[in-house]
Design a protein around this ligand. Structure first.
Ligand code: B16
Ligand code: MG
Length: 223
């Protein structure tokens, strides 16, 4: 079946908010006396805020109650929101706007499928909000990636079958989620090493992306 919709992950595909997450988690970790490295930050890619906190707390000396954990997650988000408030149009990743323009030209729907509950603010700050027919994010799902829920929600909002969707992801958890949802997956950045991705590119600025989208958009319907 030909591809009719492209479901874009947000952080690491359309906008590089990795550094903002790293700074916010680092500040929280330092305040709590918990070690936190860039390698640990890489493990949080595509993972929800609450699950990310659990990963961070593996290095903690003391145990935290559910209420304390909720307060820590809220504090991290406060630090993160202050950083993403500073995002501008220049923070859209290389190739993002060009790829969205190409989708429009090819008649492909574009939707967002992100674990982030800050998706709307990030899209607004980077001037990308008007580019999508649908946005599925951390606010409308119960299970985060690698569960396919956010991708299935995005496909449903875009009005397309999973088999007619291409997911673009930079996280292994997202590649797994897309495949579990019955979609084709283009892995970018760190996710390129995932053996079960269907296609690979360094980023949306990779020259292989445009011919791939043209090919997928034009494929004959299966008889
Ligand atoms: P928030 P994505 C994910 O976004 C990030 O990659 C991940 O690092 C973050 O923990 C998660 O969103 C939740 O974000 O705290 O803003 O709700 O890659 O799925 O677009
Ligand atoms: Mg991501």
């Amino acid at each position: 079946m030909r591809v009719k919709a492209v479901l874009f992950d947000l952080d690491g595909v359309l906008v590089s908010t990795d550094e903002c997450h790293f700074k916010a988690w680092s500040r929280l970790a330092a305040e709590e006396g918990i070690p936190f490295t860039r390698a640990q930050n890489d493990l949080l890619r595509g993972v929800s805020r609450e699950e990310s906190l659990e990963i961070l707390l593996r290095g903690a000396q003391k145990t935290y109650s559910a209420e304390q954990k909720a307060a820590l997650a809220a504090r991290k988000n406060e630090y993160y929101r202050a950083l993403i408030e500073e995002l501008t149009q220049a923070d859209a990743m290389a190739g993002a706007r060009e790829t969205l323009a190409l989708c429009k030209q090819l008649g492909l729907k574009a939707a967002v499928a992100s674990s982030s509950k800050n998706t709307r603010l990030i899209l607004q700050k980077t001037g990308l909000a008007e580019e999508f027919c649908a946005v599925a994010d951390g606010n409308c799902i119960r299970k985060s990636k690698p569960d396919p829920e956010v991708f299935l929600k995005a496909a449903q909002l875009a009005g397309e079958e999973p088999a007619a969707c291409l997911v673009v992801e930079d996280a292994e958890a997202g590649v797994t989620g897309g495949k579990r949802g019955g979609m084709r997956v283009l892995a970018v950045g760190a996710a390129q090493s995932c053996p079960y991705a269907d296609h690979r590119a360094a980023s949306l600025a990779d020259p292989c992306v445009a011919p791939l989208l043209r090919r997928l958009a034009e494929q004959e319907e299966e008889q």
